[in-house]
Design a protein. Sequence first.
Length: 207
Amino acid sequence: MTDPISIATGLTSIKAAIDITKTLADARDTSKLLSVKLELQGLLLEAQEAQFALAAQKRELEERIRELEASAREKERYQLTYVGDGTLAYTLKPETQGSEPAHMACANCFEHGKRRVLQQRGYADHEHGTALFVCPDCAAQIVARTIVPTPLVARAPGEPCPSCGAYEFRVSKTAPTKGHWGDMGCKDVTKKCTACKFEDVEMVTPK
């Protein structure tokens, strides 16, 4: 942020410069005239620096206003929602979701001006569809109903992830094993967790 003291100093310099110009007309001595001119140049330089400082402060304020307006627009897209037994989180309003995947935002961080999407870290009660969600910023944990993104509604639950426990561990690709084992029909099966991005490769032999 621009230093207000430097701006005030510059404005004072402008007033002083104006006062000095009034003495130039009365200056008859060459040395005195030179001294007055040098002082005037110094004051004009300070005034110029103050002008630059004011312009920088204006740009900073305009940028801050844009940030606040963008944050306000983002907050308007969410609503405080009960996502479990007495558990609250911010969720997208239906009319503002569009093609964005369904998700929950941490209520604690949201109240402090930050949108942090809660990450699933395993199931609390798989039978009743509740899971443990963790905030990546403040580490708050909540138990809530699982949110399945619309494009994945028909997808069957995956295996429990060895890293985070979420039932999102699925086969992502299969390729022949390199070398001798591949000649025998073995394949490398890569599984990846869509929740925590953990990845593991297992060699599968033909039956």
